[in-house]
Ligand binder design. Structure first.
Ligand SMILES: Nc1nc2c(c(=O)[nH]1)N[C@H]1C(S)=C(S)[C@@H](COP(=O)(O)OP(=O)(O)OC[C@H]3O[C@@H](n4cnc5c(=O)[nH]c(N)nc54)[C@H](O)[C@@H]3O)O[C@H]1N2
Ligand SMILES: Nc1nc2c(c(=O)[nH]1)N[C@H]1C(S)=C(S)[C@@H](COP(=O)(O)OP(=O)(O)OC[C@H]3O[C@@H](n4cnc5c(=O)[nH]c(N)nc54)[C@H](O)[C@@H]3O)O[C@H]1N2
Ligand SMILES: [Mo]
Length: 759
């Protein structure tokens, strides 16, 4: 059954394929956006809502975490931001009648696309033990059920509190406070599957797990390297920033196994010139093999070391540690091995080196293409080595730029959503709230799945997200979820995690970003932190999708009162009424938030302090920026196998599927496609348009299969294949994770392609 497409999907998955495009955005994008938005929201609501997007008195775009420019055009929204908004502001509703008509067993056969298209959740819903469908339930009863199950646990560590990255700072702070007062650090989050490798690598080397550049740094850079990222689809507003950087003289190197349309050419929809012609963004395209990045940066580092005067020795002497050991390892880098690992030519690497040496100010941007491999942490550490060598951290126009995904995933971590909290954070919490927080490490996502599988965790509570579809090893994860006593989801829309449940289950419907949040203390706003550490307010204006919705902060406060009762001295009622009182506490607990309420009054927001960026101070164990010298790793493929990366199409937001097209890649009306290099395809005997099963091979000997994928001959690097997530999560073994960060290695799955038996 693994990977079998759901049978009752109203839209046949029948991919049509044409030539990939070479430019992103522009006029077709605008027409496409408005059509999609109007289908969900109607004409009037579309106009009203999109105008509020990322405006100074509006709401923060629930799309990506790319920062807002200071001077916004009235209609600065991107196609995919608009789709994210339309998905939330839709006029479609999932009411108790819907659940009466659709037993859980029926929901479990539907595709994620179908589930999401049903609309917004309107009522708290309860699936009783042994019942076949959800029924409407009062909020009081819902909280009683959660309290009952939590109190029945043998230890607080049998509960899991997951967070997805849309949750606001205020809700996240309250949520972690509740979990810790309850007694556990089991706070897995989507970041565990996302940029955890970046956090691990950066914390160790520069002393803070966040990027060191602000938007204006991009405009000052001489060279921007974009590695393992597809901004045309996933961070479209980044293309405007790259365009502006280029206008200021920056050059761009793109490192990717795929030629991605946005990085090739960008047609800025905000300018007439851009609409017509578009700007070529990439100066040098390095079509790297999957997992070859560490080898590439290591060789570049060797070449820098061998170039007279190329190393910033003053910076290295004053600010870094571990240089000698690193330099010795880098000097040993081998050309032939690097060419094998990367699939690049000598000439390409020489050209890259010339650009690197010509640049006084270099920034490296990256996303999932670097973070989701076994050796992701050493890869990102090698990027840090690369920047440190030429003093490219802690001065204008230079630095590390991990580009975050979810719009507040970085803020959630700042607020303490972390299974391994720093002792200083817990000390501050203890001092402010007068309870002793648990000190032991909790479970991350992968460990949480194992804990449910092994009956060590029995209550699963999710603040947003779609845990069963986003997590690796779908069958293992789903079986683990079904072992839980209770699964609870605070959600805006229906998804597969509502259909794969514990013995009892609850759906708690909540307000989205776009909606007015009225509490006892009047109309509330929340705050978020973008990918560059800028914090600002977000205020929804739309009427809520239903009168029965509670905000995320309200849900946490009521649950906390019900579960903790007299045992808690925290003023949950006051927090629910007035989020400013929550911000006052954040100001006292989290560094950088002094005068929080006063500072967020500025619509432009404020920047959190970042010691390496602001003062070239590196709060690491050595007190310096650390060079590191890990052995070079890269995937080695057995004969006849391909390395599969699982990525996003243009019409999805993670597990939320907006449509069945991936326009820039020339794919329409279907998602079960596998992109294969034509020469590999020839060698493997895979004709374009034929159907194949993807079979993942892992050392546990278990065969994981996703059936019925249409082969698309595509200009990806040799030996590499690509297919969409989450359909392929079934192929990612639970234990195949990155060293140190434990992030699922969803960008390097060894597969063999087998003739489809179903076709
Ligand atoms: N519209 C839209 N926006 C989104 C999202 C969405 O789903 N839809 N998701 C959000 C989230 S949570 C995140 S984390 C980000 C994700 O943003 P991205 O990281 O851009 O997302 P992916 O689609 O996973 O693309 C990974 C890119 O890395 C490349 N790549 C894969 N393996 C390697 C490798 O080994 N080396 C190199 N150099 N490149 C490689 C792939 O070819 C691809 O271009 O986007 C955020 N924004
Ligand atoms: N194979 C593979 N797996 C991956 C990845 C990959 O590249 N390949 N990427 C990983 C990455 S980078 C990430 S970040 C994770 C994403 O993992 P998640 O964050 O768990 O997944 P999403 O699909 O973003 O969650 C969508 C759901 O969130 C809910 N939602 C939306 N808005 C709100 C809101 O405002 N409040 C609340 N409470 N709920 C809301 C809706 O019900 C919606 O169905 O997936 C990871 N999984
Ligand atoms: Mo992400």
């Amino acid at each position: 059954m693994a990977g079998k497409p759901p049978q009752s999907d109203p839209v046949q998955d029948a991919p049509q394929v044409s030539e990939p495009q070479h430019a992103a955005a522009g006029l077709p994008a605008i027409g496409h956006t408005l059509r999609m938005a109007q289908r969900q929201m109607g004409v009037k609501r579309t106009a009203l809502t999109l105008l509020r997007l990322n405006q100074k008195d509006g709401f923060d775009c629930p799309g990506c975490a790319w920062p807002e420019p200071e001077h916004r055009h009235t209609a600065e929204f991107c196609e995919n931001g608009a789709k994210a908004v339309a998905e939330e502001a839709t006029l479609r509703r999932v009411t108790p009648d819907f659940f009466a008509a659709h037993p859980v067993a029926d929901l479990a056969t539907r595709s994620g696309y179908w589930l999401g298209q049903q609309g917004r959740l309107t009522h708290p819903m309860y699936l009783a033990e042994g019942a076949d469908r959800y029924e409407a339930v009062s909020w009081e009863r819902a909280f009683d059920i959660v309290a009952e199950e939590l109190k029945a646990l043998a230890s607080p560590d049998e509960a899991l509190f997951y967070t997805s990255g849309r949750t606001s700072n205020e809700a996240a702070f309250l949520y972690q406070l509740f979990a810790r007062e309850f007694g556990t650090n089991n706070l897995p989050d989507c970041s565990n599957m996302c940029h955890e490798s970046s956090g691990s690598a950066l914390n160790e080397t520069i002393g803070i797990g966040k990027g060191s550049v602000l938007l204006e740094d991009l405009y000052k850079a001489d060279l921007i390297v974009v590695a393992g990222q597809n901004p045309g689809t996933n961070h479209p507003r980044m293309l405007s920033a790259l365009e502006k950087a280029k206008a200021g003289g920056a050059r761009i190197i793109t490192v990717n196994p795929l030629p991605e349309a946005g990085m090739e050419r960008f047609k800025n929809p905000q300018t007439a010139q851009g609409m017509l012609k578009g700007a070529a963004l990439t100066d040098l395209f390095l079509q790297i093999r999957i997992g070859g990045d560490q080898a590439l940066f290591r060789l570049l580092n060797k070449l820098i070391l061998e170039t007279e005067g190329a190393v910033d020795t003053a910076f290295v002497d004053e600010h870094t540690h571990g240089y000698e050991e690193f330099a010795e390892a880098a000097r040993a880098a081998d050309w032939d091995e690097t060419l094998t690992a990367t699939g690049l030519t000598r000439a390409q690497i020489d050209e890259a080196l010339a650009m690197v040496l010509a640049s006084e100010r270099t920034i490296v941007c990256w996303a999932m293409g670097l973070t989701q491999h076994k050796h992701s942490v050493p890869t990102i550490r090698e990027v840090v080595n690369f920047l440190l060598l030429r003093g490219n951290i802690g001065r204008p126009g230079a630095g590390v730029c991990p580009v975050r995904g979810h719009s507040n995933v970085q803020g959630d971590r700042t607020m303490g959503i972390f299974e391994r909290p720093a002792p200083a954070f817990l000390d501050a919490l203890e001092k402010e709230f007068g309870f002793a927080p648990p000190r032991g490490h909790g479970y991350d996502v992968v460990r949480a799945i194992r804990a449910m599988r092994d009956d060590k965790a029995k209550v699963f509570f999710a603040m947003g997200g779609n845990f069963v579809s986003a997590s690796p090893d779908t069958e293992v994860t789903e079986a683990a979820m079904r072992r839980a006593r209770l699964t609870v989801h605070v959600s805006t829309k229906l998804n597969r995690s509502h259909a794969v449940t514990g013995a009892r289950a609850l759906i708690l419907p909540t307000l989205g970003r776009t909606e007015r949040d009225l509490q006892g203390g009047g109309e509330q706003f929340v705050t978020v932190e973008d990918s560059m550490g800028m914090v600002h307010a977000s205020r929804g204006r739309l009427e809520p999708a239903s009168e029965h919705l509670l905000s995320e902060p309200a849900i946490v406060c009521r649950l906390a009162r019900r579960v903790l009762g007299e045992g808690s001295r925290t003023p949950w009622e006051e927090f629910e009424k007035d989020y400013a009182t929550v911000r006052d506490r954040i100001a006292r607990v989290v560094p950088g938030f002094d005068d929080f309420n006063a500072k967020v009054a500025d619509p432009a927001g404020f920047a959190l302090p970042h010691a390496p960026r602001d003062e070239r101070r590196f709060p690491t164990a050595t007190g310096k920026a650390n060079f590191t010298a890990a052995p070079v790793e890269y995937p080695k493929l057995p004969e006849g196998r391909l390395l599969l990366q699982t990525l996003r199409s243009h019409d999805q937001y993670n597990t939320t599927i907006y449509g069945l097209d991936d326009r820039y890649r020339g794919i329409r009306n279907g998602r079960r496609v596998v992109l294969v290099n034509p020469e590999d395809a020839r060698e493997l005997g895979l004709a374009d348009g034929s159907y194949t099963d993807l079979v993942s091979e892992w050392k546990d000997g278990v065969e994981r299969r996703a059936a019925g994928f249409r082969v698309v001959h595509y200009p990806t690097a040799r030996g590499c294949a690509a297919a969409y997530y989450p359909e392929t999560n079934v192929l990612v073994p639970l234990d195949a994770t990155a060293d140190t960060s434990n992030t699922p290695a969803s960008k390097s799955v060894v597969v063999r392609l087998e003739q489809s038996v179903t076709n």
